[in-house]
Ligand binder design. Structure first.
Ligand SMILES: [Zn+2]
Length: 356
């Protein structure tokens, strides 16, 4: 009963927590703790069920053995009863033959009495009723008769004592059987209860597992969103042909500051938004050629230059990884490549330091 009370209490707590969790009050960690509790409770219930079933099985075996034993004792009791009956019958037979005084005197004179040795007396006491009949046809001396009668009485007492013992064993066996049957009835009820608990707990567990799965999926999405909004990715595949900083300009052949990085690849290569943001410029702008500028908030911008085509419009929101244009060689350019810039608070920074 202690087990069941604990399980019921557990279910109440589980129900309450789960009810609240639907409103997202409880954190993922609490749900995981709840799942752990439910798993433990299920284990407890399973052990309890196993124990109950083992006990039930043991009881059934004991009942079987009791039934077999009782059958043996019933046969023994039957034998004792018929033996008692036979012994009493022999006593009666002994009484039937009672010569009167004159007959007795005559028999004494003619020595017509049966001469009985102790062995004969013992045989008479322990013979069957049929065998005993032969003694009836003979005349038995009074003292021999007394000895037989005493022997029969003694035998009867012993048999009755044995029978009382056997009957007590039978009665105890019947009580124990009844007790075990009652116990098994209780165990069956308990097993049914435990099965119900197990089903309820399993359903609860499945529900919590699903809630955890949904919550974890949600968190993964949030993490992905956070990443898209706070990190930079490489905006195009290709070869890095020029880094950020001072260099000899490939067109002017003069020493000049390079405000971004160049990634070279074939014309038409996809240009990806490096980070979540909003398009603030999409058009042609002097030496940049076809240019896209994306604002990422907090004074952060990215610029994509020399494009062959532009896929977005000013004001459009873009997600990190979205294709926003195609690589080209518009503006001041010597071949198909992307000029990529990152600007923070109005100044350019080295994109290679930020690209993950
Ligand atoms: Zn460049």
């Amino acid at each position: 009963m202690k087990y069941l009370k604990r399980i019921v209490a557990g279910l109440l707590v589980a129900g309450t927590i789960s009810g609240f969790s639907a409103q997202n009050v409880y954190a993922l960690e609490d749900k995981k703790a709840l799942l752990g509790n439910l798993t433990n409770e299920l284990e407890t219930v399973s052990v309890l069920r196993q124990e109950s079933e083992t006990q039930l099985e043991m009881n059934l075996k004991e009942i079987e053995k009791l039934n077999r034993d009782r059958e043996i004792y019933r046969i023994r009791a039957e034998y004792l009863r018929s033996n008692i009956e036979e012994t009493m019958k022999k006593g009666e037979m002994l009484d039937e033959k009672n010569p009167n005084i004159i007959q007795a005197a005559l028999l004494t004179l003619t020595n017509g009495y049966l001469e009985m040795e102790l062995a004969d007396i013992l045989i008479a006491i322990h013979s069957s009723a049929e065998e005993f009949e032969q003694y009836q046809e003979k005349e038995i001396r009074k003292d021999d008769k007394e000895a037989i009668r005493e022997g029969l009485q003694e035998k009867l007492s012993k048999l009755e004592e044995d029978l009382a013992q056997v009957e007590e064993i039978l009665s105890n066996g019947a009580s124990r059987s009844t007790e075990l049957l009652t116990f098994n009835g209780e165990l069956s009820v308990k097993i049914t209860e435990v099965e119900t608990q197990s089903e309820t707990l399993s359903a609860q567990k499945t529900k919590v597992e699903e809630e955890i799965r949904v919550e974890e999926e949600k968190r993964k999405q949030q993490e992905l969103e956070r990443k898209r909004a706070t990190t930079f990715i490489r905006p195009a595949s290709g070869r890095l042909t020029s880094g950020y900083g001072n260099r000899i300009h490939p067109v002017t052949r003069r020493r000049a500051f390079h405000a971004g990085i160049d990634i070279a690849n074939s014309r038409g290569t996809s240009i990806l938004a490096s980070r979540n943001g909003k398009v603030t410029f999409a058009g042609y702008k002097g030496t940049y050629g076809k240019l896209i500028i994306v604002n990422h908030g907090n004074g952060i911008e990215t610029a994509y230059a020399h494009l062959s085509s532009i896929n977005v419009k000013v004001g459009q929101s873009v997600t990190q990884g979205n294709v926003i244009g195609k690589m080209g060689s518009t503006g001041r350019s010597t071949g198909s490549h992307l000029h990529f810039e990152i600007r923070m608070g109005g100044s350019t920074v080295n994109p290679s330091k930020y690209i993950k």
